[in-house]
Design a protein around this ligand. Structure first.
Ligand code: C2O
Ligand code: CU
Ligand code: CU
Length: 536
């Protein structure tokens, strides 16, 4: 059954009365200042006092807009508070309950075979369908997968003509969106172009050198994107360049995804907490595996894809253990390698890093706690173990000092504002004060013209911004009146925007048609935080 946006919002408003009642008391306390360098923004970001203020006013707004709270006047009632805390703690059956194996060697993603023998042509069939995967005695969830594979990989060479036929074996509409590829909107799996159950369509596009990099694909179905991804539909899409300066380095692709199971070991429904904050299950997986073992034998290139619905991954790389260089972002290679010790990768974002082990001691790959100011009674953010790294000091491969040349975009002719906001009771996630409407074009822009987009987050929680089509160039960040610039030429298609922050980007669209832009916390996208720009 399809939930219409209206019923969804009604449900949210009913439930929100209860949840918000205790939010002021049970919201996690602010993490202390975070002094890590977050190179996904390219600038040093610290959670500053502005965010505290913004968050504060956000809380007040939640409380004052909920009349039931003040009339109950039970916010300090210890019974009520404990009940709510308990409820939030018990919402997830603990991961350990299911007996899923950990510490298994990381398996590479299954590659989808090219059916074409013609040079320069990649042909394949993708069949989204139900498949039961056994994880343990207690968990054999019915997933929705492409060709029955968990997170399959499509790998093509830059310049290849791609023809992928999608045969929809689901009981509902679907589309396939090629996240990160600057291909025509008509081939990009927009919600306007659904594939009906048992119908099929062929996506056709030609790749080029500018598209080289680590990308991915997932459904973009009207109001059903988050559900279809939560059930397992996604895959990696890698475009290789013939003149890749890092081609000699052994590589692994690490696809991070989320799994939320109910106590029967089936894919859990979204509850209010998921709808508000985005879905984060009890399993943070890599290539579909729980805390796998990763062999790091000498220098390796890792392609990282955050395919989570909502989980922010704030990687920390202990410098006693590894030397890490950022070499690519959503937009492919950056001009020169940047040494990093941490990396914030929000849903939809990709990065490539080159990792060299410094010792043979086993250590954990960790995501440090990142406080994105979730709403409601959620537990305090904690550090998360993602994998066990088994390093072997081996051949140390030196990186070239220049990876590529990037031409910055010229001066813009138009400035636009994109403002993220939220409304409570009923809960709404908005762009420029409006919910997504398939029949409304939010902006019109001319093909080939450079525009400056200013994305401001006026809500109390982090949201990220994604624009379909070519990567945009990040120009500057503004926090609390302080403007900073990325330390290198930075092209991205997805970027985090913190509460109170404004990010300025240059965008140039290369094909006519409708491009979507949205928060890539998929539950927010489905709840309306999405707009459309028509390129003329
Ligand atoms: Cu990864 Cu509009 O999506
Ligand atoms: Cu996209
Ligand atoms: Cu969001």
């Amino acid at each position: 059954m399809k939930l219409t946006q209206l019923t969804l919002l009604t449900v949210m408003s009913l439930l929100s009365q209860n949840l918000f009642a205790s939010s002021a008391d049970t919201l996690p306390s602010k993490n202390s200042m975070n002094h890590h360098k977050h190179y996904s923004h390219g600038a040093e970001h610290t959670k500053n006092s502005l965010n505290n203020q913004v968050k504060h006013s956000g809380n007040q707004k939640m409380i004052s807009s909920d009349t039931k709270v003040s009339s109950h006047n039970d916010m300090h009632d210890m019974h009520g508070m404990h009940g709510m805390k308990k409820a939030s703690k018990d919402r997830l059956t603990p991961a350990s309950y299911f007996g899923v194996a950990r510490n298994q060697p990381l398996k590479p993603l299954i590659t989808i075979q090219n059916m074409s023998t013609e040079k320069g042509v990649f042909k394949a069939i993708l069949e989204p369908k139900q498949s039961v995967k056994r994880m343990s005695d207690k968990a054999s969830p019915e997933l929705w997968l492409y060709n029955g594979e968990i997170l399959p990989l499509i790998e093509v060479n830059a310049g290849d003509k791609v023809e992928i036929t999608v045969k929809n074996r689901l009981n509902e509409d679907t589309t396939v969106h090629w996240h990160g590829l600057a291909i025509p909107p008509s081939q990009d799996g927009n919600p306007q172009d659904p594939i009906a159950p048992n119908a099929q369509r062929t996506y056709e596009f030609t790749t080029n050198e500018d598209m080289a990099g680590t990308h991915w694909f997932h459904p973009h179905t009207h109001l059903r994107t988050s559900t279809q991804v939560a059930k397992g539909l996604a895959g990696a899409f890698i475009i290789k360049n013939s003149n890749d300066p890092l081609a000699h380095i052994p590589e692994q692709t690490l696809f991070f995804s989320d799994l939320k199971l109910d106590k029967n070991g089936q894919i859990a429904e979204n509850d209010m907490i998921d709808i508000m904050n985005g879905r984060e299950g009890q399993f943070a997986l890599i290539n579909g595996q729980w805390e796998p073992e990763i062999e790091l034998d000498g220098t390796q290139r890792w392609r990282l894809i955050n395919g989570n619905s909502a989980r922010y991954l704030n990687f920390s790389f202990p410098k006693e253990m590894v030397e890490v260089y950022l070499v690519a972002t959503d937009g492919g290679l950056i001009e020169s390698p940047q040494q990093i010790e941490s990396l914030l990768l929000t849903p939809g974002e990709r990065a490539e890093i080159v990792v060299t082990p410094k010792s043979d001691k086993i250590f954990s790959l960790m995501a440090s706690a990142y406080d994105r100011d979730k709403m409601g009674p959620v537990p305090k953010e904690v550090d998360l173990v993602l994998a066990q790294i088994h390093p072997k000091v081996g051949t140390r491969i030196k990186l070239p000092s220049t990876l590529t040349d990037i031409t910055p975009l010229p001066k813009p002719s138009v400035t636009r504002k994109v403002i993220f906001s939220e409304e409570m009771a009923p809960l709404k996630f908005l762009i420029n004060g409006q919910s997504h409407d398939m029949n409304r074009i939010d902006f019109k822009m001319n093909k080939g013209e450079v525009e400056l987009w200013e994305i401001t987050n006026q809500s109390h929680m982090d949201h990220n911004f994604h624009l379909h089509g070519p990567q945009f160039q990040v120009i500057e960040f503004e926090n609390n009146g302080v403007v900073s610039k990325p330390p290198f030429t930075l092209f991205k298609d997805t970027i985090n925007v913190r509460p109170g922050e404004t990010i300025r980007v240059l965008t140039q669209q290369n094909h006519t048609g409708i491009r979507m832009f949205h928060c890539h916390i998929l539950e927010h996208e489905d709840a309306g935080m999405m707009g459309q720009v028509e390129v003329l």
